[in-house]
Ligand binder design. Structure first.
Ligand code: PEP
Ligand code: MN
Length: 359
C-alpha cells in the first residue's frame, strides 16, 4: 500500500514526551462540577496523563442528554489547575473550537459521527487558523471507511495542523456482535501501513460497550498492535452516569486494569511470534464474524420453515438448493476459494437448514 505524503511531516513529539501507553481517561460526559472534580481527584496521575470529558455530546437519537455545554469547560480548566493533568474534549463545529481554545483545553478530538462528515471536518480545520499548534485527535468514522478517516487528517494537515493523532473506537455494523463497535483490526493495520507515523490511541470503551471487555481489547491494542495510547472512559459513579453508563469504570478499577495491562507480558519480543499473534487476532475476529452470520442465517431459515409449513410447500426445494450452490461456487472461484470447500460448507448449511425447518 502506498504511503501517504502526510507521513514526512507528522509531528510525533507531543506523544513521545508522554508515557507509553499514553492514557486518556475521564467520563463520557461532564455532568456536574462535583462529578468532574471527584473523578479527576481519584485518578492516579502516574498512570493517567490526560483527563477527558465530553461537553457537547452528539447523540444518535434526540431527547438524550446532549452535554452540559460551555460551563463544563471551566470545570476542565480547574482540573488542569488542581491536578496538573492535561485536559481533552470533543469538538464538532467552529464555535466549539473557539470556546475550547478560550478555556485552554490541551487536546481536542473529533468524534466518530463528525469524522464521517467532510463539511464538519473542514469547518473545524478552518477554525484552527492561528492555532495550528494544537493537538488534534481524529476518531475513526462510525462506518469502516478508511479513506474518509484519512481524508479528515488531510483536511487538518492542509491547514497546518501537524500534531495529529487518531483514535480507534471501532466500527458500527448492522448485526448483533459481542462488541458495541467492531474492532476491525485489519482496518487498523491498513491504516498503519499508509500512515505509520501517526500516533494511534485505542478506545476500548466504545469498542466494547461494556466494562468486562476493556482489558482484553486494551491488551490486544497495546501488546499486539503496539498502539501509542488508550482512551478509557471512567466515572466516579459509573452506574449513575448520564451517558454510556454500561461501559464506564471507576478510577480505581481503571488503575487496577492498567497495572494488569502494563505488567502482563503478553507481548513477545520475538518478531516472528508477534507477527503470528497479530495474524491470529485477525483470524479470531473473522471467525467470530462467521459464527455471528451463521446464527443470522439460521434464524432466517427458521422463519422460512414456518412459512413453508403455512403454505404447504415442501421443505426441500431442489432448484433453490442448486441455485445457491452454483452461485456460491462461482463467487468462491472469483475469490480464490476452491469448489470442494464451498460445496462441503454449503452441504452442511443446507442440512442444518432442513433440520431447523423440520421442527
Ligand atoms: C465519546 O468519546 O464519548 C464519544 C461520543 O465517542 P464516539 O465519537 O467514538 O462515539
Ligand atoms: Mn462515550
Amino acid at each position: 500500500m502506498e504511503k501517504n505524503i502526510l507521513n514526512n511531516s507528522i509531528d510525533r513529539s507531543w506523544i513521545e514526551k508522554l508515557d507509553n501507553p499514553l492514557v486518556i481517561s475521564g467520563p463520557c460526559s461532564a455532568e456536574s462540577e462535583k462529578q468532574i472534580k471527584e473523578t479527576a481527584i481519584r485518578m492516579d496521575t502516574s498512570y493517567v496523563k490526560v483527563f477527558r470529558a465530553g461537553i457537547w455530546k452528539p447523540r444518535t437519537k434526540p431527547n438524550n442528554f446532549e452535554g452540559i455545554g460551555k460551563v463544563g469547560l471551566q470545570w476542565l480548566k480547574n482540573v488542569k489547575k488542581n491536578t496538573g493533568l492535561m485536559v481533552a474534549t470533543e469538538v464538532a463545529n467552529a464555535e466549539h473550537v473557539k470556546l475550547a481554545l478560550s478555556f485552554d483545553i490541551d487536546i481536542l478530538w473529533i468524534g466518530a459521527r463528525s469524522t464521517a462528515s467532510p463539511f464538519t471536518v473542514q469547518e473545524i480545520a478552518d477554525s484552527l487558523k492561528g492555532k495550528e499548534d494544537k493537538i488534534i485527535l481524529v476518531k475513526n468514522p462510525i462506518h469502516p471507511d478508511l479513506e474518509l478517516w484519512i481524508g479528515a487528517l488531510e483536511r487538518l494537515f492542509s491547514k497546518g495542523v501537524k500534531k495529529l493523532g487518531v483514535i480507534h473506537r471501532g466500527f458500527y455494523t448492522y448485526k448483533t456482535s459481542k462488541y458495541r463497535n467492531q474492532p476491525n483490526w485489519n482496518i487498523l493495520l491498513n491504516f498503519r501501513s499508509i500512515l505509520p507515523r501517526i500516533p494511534i490511541i485505542c478506545d476500548p470503551s466504545h469498542i466494547c460497550g461494556n466494562k468486562k471487555g476493556i482489558l482484553e481489547i486494551s491488551k490486544i491494542a497495546f501488546h499486539f498492535f503496539r498502539c501509542d495510547g488508550l482512551m478509557i472512559e471512567s466515572h466516579c459513579d459509573p452506574d449513575h452516569a448520564w451517558s454510556d453508563a454500561q461501559q464506564q469504570i471507576t478510577p480505581e478499577k481503571l488503575l487496577e486494569m492498567l497495572k494488569k495491562l502494563i505488567y502482563s507480558n503478553n507481548y513477545n519480543d520475538e518478531k516472528s511470534q508477534n507477527q503470528l499473534d497479530s495474524l491470529r487476532i485477525l483470524i479470531d475476529e473473522i471467525d467470530e464474524n462467521i459464527i455471528t452470520l451463521l446464527a443470522e442465517r439460521m434464524k432466517i431459515s427458521k422463519k422460512l420453515g414456518i412459512l413453508k409449513k403455512k403454505y404447504n410447500i415442501a421443505l426441500l426445494q431442489k432448484n433453490r438448493w442448486e441455485y445457491i450452490l452454483n452461485k456460491s461456487i462461482k463467487l468462491g472461484k472469483e475469490l480464490g476459494v476452491s469448489e470442494e470447500i464451498i460445496e462441503e460448507i454449503f452441504k452442511i448449511f443446507h442440512k442444518e437448514s432442513i433440520n431447523i425447518q423440520k421442527y
